[in-house]
Ligand binder design. Structure first.
Ligand code: GLN
Length: 542
């Protein structure tokens, strides 16, 4: 019998509900249970694919090509839950599906309403993950209790317990217990109000997880328990973790959250197994090396815009026992100040994916700087396209070379629209998306890193390398070390006469895990460690 855990949040947003949900999933898996993760987002967009990184941070792409919330990245990094388009729904998707049913006449003349039609649709997307082999489904509700948009979702998860039995459902509510400096006290009132809102909807939380910058004394937990109608042992403290997000599961274990869930849901679980996770944290805490990597992008100031890339750099650091310090550089600043001042101290330069022209020339300059000085370079998606443009202009001698995304009438369109994209006008979900195969060439960094000939990686782009220029590029030392199986699409480029210069059309950052670094990130960080050692001077992020 599949059990359900619903995770809601209150008081403020950005409490780390995604991380907490992922940590819960991980702890249950590490007690031998099979877990499925799911996120329901109350906003109206059908998916986050059309949203700006300023609004939403990174768009996380799954194997099946769905463009999802970045919390799904936490789910994949912390658990083995298979994720598909059924793992992330929004209000937009729910309404779209109900409206399409209405147009098909499926409601037989009835008035279509939020209750029951929208709530039924929400319940059905939760229910569809149930399966004999699945012990627990963890459904995280985005937003904060009290938001207008989240009401149908709250109502649906309330009803869910009526449908499958209260004993099969567990409601976990994440709140904030702020510390007021002036009063010198932790304040429990916001938590009381937040739970009050939940109880108005008819949801009595079973477990409260309280984020706090300080230890919450027993008497405060008792007070919260009393006012919120929750047993004191079910009021769990989740202290801020300054060092690493990978500490979160361990701090929840210290507060016996796994035990509590297993008991409350009457699950039959094994002993908790966390040795490799503890080892990972040990490596993070006691590194042998320290390097610095510059990530040069349009949204470098936004902490979530390249989330999976920052995480993947950490994973590679864990793999090589290196502390990776990341300098986030706005590519426009390079246009103003030049690469020397902003990039000279770094052991490696990474240019991530992106859209739009702003900051493009800065990225191209950063790549030239890395290429000419033998600094390890890793380009991802738009980063690869910029590397091709830079090479065309400065090595092959194709003046004015560009991508047709930015210059429709460039004399040398070295990056151009994919054939399949030429007639597409709709923006949502229409790029080349998701898992695609790629064949690797012998004697390349790519092949050495992956250790095999065929790989599969996730994509999200409309433009590609223009094959008209392949021969010319090759004649000047560019290696096409990864191609689509039909040989038509360039997926990886490398330079032979450079310590490590590699760029990919796909997004390797979506497949890296803390316990299994992605081979290309591992290769890049290894090259940066070598460069750092050969320079023999401390890295000073600018
Ligand atoms: N804008 C480029 C394209 O559409 C790159 C996309 C990306 O970096 N994800 O091809």
């Amino acid at each position: 019998m599949t059990k359900h855990i619903f995770v809601t949040g209150g008081v403020v947003s950005s409490l780390g509900k995604g991380l907490t949900s992922a940590s819960i999933g991980m702890l249950l898996e590490r007690r031998g249970l099979s877990v499925r993760m799911q996120k329901l987002d109350p906003y109206i967009n059908v998916d986050p694919g059309t949203m700006s990184p300023y609004q939403h941070g990174e768009v996380y792409v799954l194997d099946d090509g769905s463009e999802t919330d970045l919390d799904l990245g936490h789910y994949e990094r912390f658990t083995h839950s298979p994720l598909t388009r059924h793992s992330n729904y929004t209000t937009g998707q729910i309404y779209l599906s109900v409206i399409e049913k209405e147009r098909r006449g499926e409601f037989l003349g009835k008035t279509v309403q939020v209750i029951p039609h929208i709530t039924n649709e929400i319940k059905s997307v939760i229910r569809q993950l149930r399966d004999e082999s699945v012990d627990v489904i963890i459904t995280e509700i985005g937003g904060t209790v009290g938001d207008i948009e989240s009401q149908p979702f709250m109502e649906a998860i309330r009803q869910f317990a009526l449908d499958v039995g209260k004993e099969n459902c567990l409601y976990i509510h994440l709140t904030l217990v702020p510390y007021l400096k002036a009063a010198g006290e932790l304040k429990t009132k916001p938590t009381q109000h937040s739970v009050g809102l939940l109880r108005q909807i008819g949801i009595q939380p079973d477990i409260l997880i309280c984020r706090s910058e300080r230890a919450i004394p027993r008497e405060d937990r008792e007070k919260i328990g009393l006012f919120c109608n929750v047993e004191i042992d079910s009021v769990i403290e989740e202290r801020d973790k300054d060092f690493s997000i990978y500490e979160v599961p361990l701090s929840l274990v210290e507060n016996r959250l796994d035990e509590l869930i297993v008991r409350k849901l009457r699950l039959s679980a094994d002993e908790l197994q966390l040795d490799d996770w503890r080892e990972l944290l040990h490596r993070l805490r006691y590194p042998d090396h320290e390097i610095s990597i510059a990530v040069v992008g349009k949204y470098a100031q936004h902490k979530d815009a390249y989330k999976s890339i920052y995480e993947s750099l950490d994973h590679a650091g864990i793999h090589h026992r290196a502390q990776v310090r990341v300098g986030r550089i706005q590519s426009e600043d390079i246009e103003r100040e030049g690469p020397q001042r902003l990039l000279a101290g770094y052991d490696g330069i990474l240019v991530p994916g992106g859209f739009g022209e702003r900051g493009i020339e800065g990225k191209i300059e950063a790549i030239r700087f890395a290429r000419e000085r033998g600094i390890p370079f890793f380009g991802i998606c738009l980063g690869m396209q910029c590397a091709a443009i830079e090479f065309a202009r400065n090595v092959v001698g194709l003046e004015g070379a560009h991508s047709t995304e930015f210059s429709k009438d460039t004399p040398h369109p070295v990056i151009c629209l994919l054939d399949d994209q030429r007639n597409i006008t709709h923006k949502g979900g229409t790029m080349r998306l998701g898992k695609q195969a790629c064949l690797l060439e012998d004697n390349s960094h790519a092949r050495a890193g992956y250790g095999g000939e065929r790989i599969e990686e996730r994509h999200r782009h409309r433009y590609e390398f223009n094959n008209v220029y392949r021969q010319q590029f090759a004649a000047h030392g560019m290696k096409f070390s990864g191609l689509s199986p039909d040989g038509k699409l360039v997926e990886i480029i490398e330079l032979a006469d450079h310590p490590w210069f590699l760029a990919v059309q796909f997004h390797p950052e979506f497949k890296s895990k803390p316990t299994a670094a992605h081979p290309l990130f591992a290769g890049f960080v290894e090259a940066a460690i070598e460069r750092h050692a050969s320079r023999g001077q401390p890295a000073e992020p600018v």
